[in-house]
Design a protein around this ligand. Structure first.
Ligand SMILES: [Mg+2]
Length: 353
């Protein structure tokens, strides 16, 4: 393989490195049980690159190396290392260009970049930091200092990761109903509103089910609230189990559930609701006083291309249908309006006489 051109940067502070010695494989995870971070060593001088790579590897990190900015970009895309030790003077693509390319690509997560360069002019340091680098170490550097800078970088990276994880968790909590684990009413309405607009714009079918457990108050009164909560959880899981993974299932209120069925017309939505009704009906709940059953009623509403509907009207129609299902004896499904309502038909203006 052709050897890459090397810069004339001094490496006088580095001890000679035996070329024949193979680089160790990827390091083991961190001692405290955390996954080891990845460190990419970008350096065109092969002696320095190998020495630094070995040092970093001995610190317990997964190591990657590149001889040019271009190679470094490829490694970044492939392995998403957390920390990059970046030389500035390199052939093909120098360190500054590498920083610019990382900033310009929204698909790339910016790593913690520590520039390691013989360039010690103030403007180079400022330029590097302005281009997204987090730290700057002038060559020749002491290994002890390099190690300390890497450890400091690791603390920042881990802190950022923790913040990101907490953010994801908070977003999930904001969407979720605590008791059932289904999505909550707020998230359901936000999503359903968007989906209504989308379905109308692209003339796609969309249906909404509103379900309400029949005589649920009696469950709480007879068996206690802890048992009532268990029923709600089990009903929620059963609805999830019998819907497609793409459907949106929510706890809409106390004992009310809502399901948004994508790409589903009224007739099929009714079948889905009947299937859900049957699944709830066959559930058996255990209690010291003996097993008991529960039923659910559903109202179905669907978008009709001929009519102007939004989420509010769809919810109203489903609610009316649910009311009708309750009125007709519960444990059943009723469908909302299937025909264009007369008030949305353009009225012919009366001729003035
Ligand atoms: Mg160089």
């Amino acid at each position: 393989m052709e050897k890459k051109p090397e810069s004339k940067e001094s490496n006088s502070r580095f001890a000679p490195f035996p070329q024949s010695e193979p680089l160790p494989p990827q390091a083991a995870p961190g001692a405290d049980g955390e996954d080891a971070l990845g460190v990419l060593v970008v350096e065109d001088n092969s002696d320095i690159r190998e020495m630094v790579t070995l040092l970093v590897s001995s610190m317990g990190y997964h190591t990657y190396s590149a001889a040019t900015g271009k190679e470094a970009l490829e490694q970044l895309r492939l392995y998403t290392p957390d920390i990059v030790l970046l030389d500035l003077m390199m052939p093909e693509m120098d360190g500054f260009e590498f920083c610019r390319a990382v900033q310009a690509d929204p698909a790339l997560t910016t790593p913690h970049i520590i520039i390691t360069s013989a360039k010690d002019a103030l403007e180079d340091k400022v330029k590097g930091l302005e281009l997204g680098a987090a730290d700057y170490l002038t060559k020749p550097f002491d290994f002890t200092e390099l190690k300390a800078r890497i450890r400091a970088g690791e603390r920042i990276v881990r802190y950022q990761k923790m913040l990101k994880e907490q953010q994801v968790l908070l977003e999930q909590l904001a969407r979720e109903d605590k008791l059932t684990g289904l999505c909550n009413r707020r998230h359901f309405e936000e999503r359903a509103h968007e989906e209504c607009l989308r379905a109308q714009r692209y003339e796609r079918p969309l249906s909404l089910l509103l379900g309400d457990l029949d005589d649920f108050k009696q469950v709480n009164d007879r068996y206690g609230h802890a048992c009532g909560d268990m029923v709600l959880r089990q009903v929620g899981q059963t609805l999830l189990l019998h819907c497609r993974s793409s459907d949106l299932v929510a706890r809409y209120g106390g004992e009310e559930f809502a399901v948004l069925l994508f790409e589903t017309e009224a007739e099929h939505a009714q079948k889905v609701a009947e299937r859900l009704c049957a699944a709830i009906r066959t559930l058996s709940f255990s209690h010291p006083s003996g097993p008991f059953h529960i039923t659910i009623s559903f109202g179905v509403a669907s978008l009709l291309l001929q009519r102007k509907q939004d989420l509010t009207t769809l919810l109203e129609e489903a609610d009316k249908a649910l009311y009708a299902a309750k009125h007709k004896g519960r444990n059943r499904v009723e469908r909302g309006l299937d025909e264009p309502s007369p008030e949305t038909t353009p009225a012919v203006p009366a001729e003035k006489t």
